[in-house]
Design a protein around this ligand. Structure first.
Ligand code: GLA
Length: 402
């Protein structure tokens, strides 16, 4: 009898270990770079090494960026005779393990892409039916992060397919961030908390402020289209499980002001901050935005609370994010096509986050105000907050209890 009970316990424990993602990673949103937005499938070994070098040279590593992720197009068009994935021998002649070693030697981490379907979105071999084999390959190459897409999935069930890959990674035994990318089609914010570390919430981003670019059966979306697409999903985000608003377009052609607002908003949304620009030619202004440590620390705040829209009057978007130590981050984004003056009377507003039961009570408490992009002290909430905000620019502040 005793033996049977122990046997059942062991079985239960095994089942329990398998039905888990790796815990304790991505406790704050992942920070990194991904090849897709700029390079599509035109990637190669030298490019990736150059990007790793730039992480160090440009201070991105110091600012906290960690993952270098190769998106679609890293594989050979066919698996080998044993069904193993192989790196494209022309683009990556030294193979994936050597590239991982290079990236690790810089103190960074290495990510790869694949897809739950029979083929990736760009037509390379997908993982369907090869999940455990592929996970073993990634583990043997020392991969730290897997982005897992959703093309060519026919009638697959999304939750089931992502659980299969999660279990395959767990069984392969190497901790990897599991980045779910099914574009929000199957509401992953309702089921993916124990499956992945982040999940895309929309279709693909494109480098514009508020546009939609149609491609027949699908569209790419500008920054504000993405921000506005999903409602009431913020409560799903938290340490180890994030709403992913897609790789950033900072440095990819919007104005510096728009880039700042985009970066500020991804930080407010506690989204992974995955750069998508060519770091080899990035302008000093782009790097200044991307390495703003105060803004990054809003994104990385250890409470992991996703921010929310407080108001949107006269085309001024006001957003708030509760932070550790009863501090708050706040953004005023100017959606107008002309600069505006703001005059915000703290006493006229009741600011609170019902989901997390937090209040910013300026009648009871006084908060100091720090401007996070201009690195200036702006006084305190004892007085109205006044300022001028340029076209599509942001005033991002941190409020701390005095
Ligand atoms: C999908 C994803 C993108 C990118 C491409 C690669 O569109 O959403 O982020 O990975 O596939 O083909």
């Amino acid at each position: 009898m005793k033996k049977i009970t122990i046997g059942i316990l062991v079985l239960l424990l095994c089942a329990h270990t398998h039905a888990q993602k790796f815990e304790g990673i991505a406790e704050t949103p992942p920070l990194g770079w991904n090849s897709w937005n700029t390079f599509s499938t035109n990637i190669n070994e030298q490019l990736v090494k150059d990007i790793a070098d730039k992480f160090v040279e440009l201070g991105l590593k110091d600012a906290g960026y960690e993952y270098i992720v190769l998106d679609d197009g890293w594989m050979a068009k066919e698996r080998d005779v044993n069904g193993n994935l192989i790196a494209d021998p022309v683009k990556f002649p030294s193979g994936m393990k050597a590239l991982a070693d290079y990236i690790h030697s810089k103190g960074l981490k290495f990510g790869l892409y694949n897809c739950a379907g029979s083929k990736t979105c760009a037509g390379y071999p997908g993982s369907r039916g090869y999940e455990y084999q592929d996970a073993r390959s990634y583990a043997s190459w020392d991969v730290d992060y897997l982005k897992y897409d959703w093309c060519n999935t026919d009638k697959l069930n999304a939750e089931g397919a992502y659980i299969t890959m999660r279990d395959a990674i767990k069984t392969a035994g190497r901790p990897m961030v599991f980045s779910i990318c099914e574009w929000g089609d199957n509401k992953p914010w309702e089921w993916a908390k124990d499956v992945g570390h982040s999940w895309r919430v929309t279709g693909d981003i494109i480098n514009c402020w508020d546009c939609e670019i149609g491609h027949g059966s699908w569209s790419s979306w500008g920054v504000w289209k993405i921000i506005n697409m999903r409602k009431a999903i913020r409560k799903a985000a938290g340490p180890g499980h994030w709403n992913d608003y897609d790789m950033m377009e900072v440095g990819n052609g919007m104005t510096d002001a728009e880039d700042r607002s985009h970066f500020a908003m991804w930080s407010m949304l506690a989204s992974p901050l995955i750069m998508g620009n060519d770091l080899r030619v990035a302008s000093p202004q782009t790097i200044k935005t991307l390495t703003n440590k105060e803004v990054i620390s809003v994104n990385q705040d250890n409470l992991g609370i996703q921010g929310f829209r407080f108001s949107n009057e006269n085309k001024i978007e006001i957003w708030l994010k509760p932070l550790n130590k009863n501090s708050w981050a706040m953004c005023f984004v100017n959606m107008n096509d002309k600069p505006i003056e703001i005059n915000f009377d703290w006493k006229k507003h009741n600011i609170g986050d019902d989901v997390n039961e937090r209040n910013l009570d300026t009648k009871k408490d006084t908060y100091t105000i720090e401007d996070l992009f201009n690195h200036k002290n702006l006084g305190s909430t004892a007085k109205n907050l006044k300022g001028r905000i340029g076209v599509h620019d942001v005033l991002m502040i941190k409020l701390e209890l005095k």
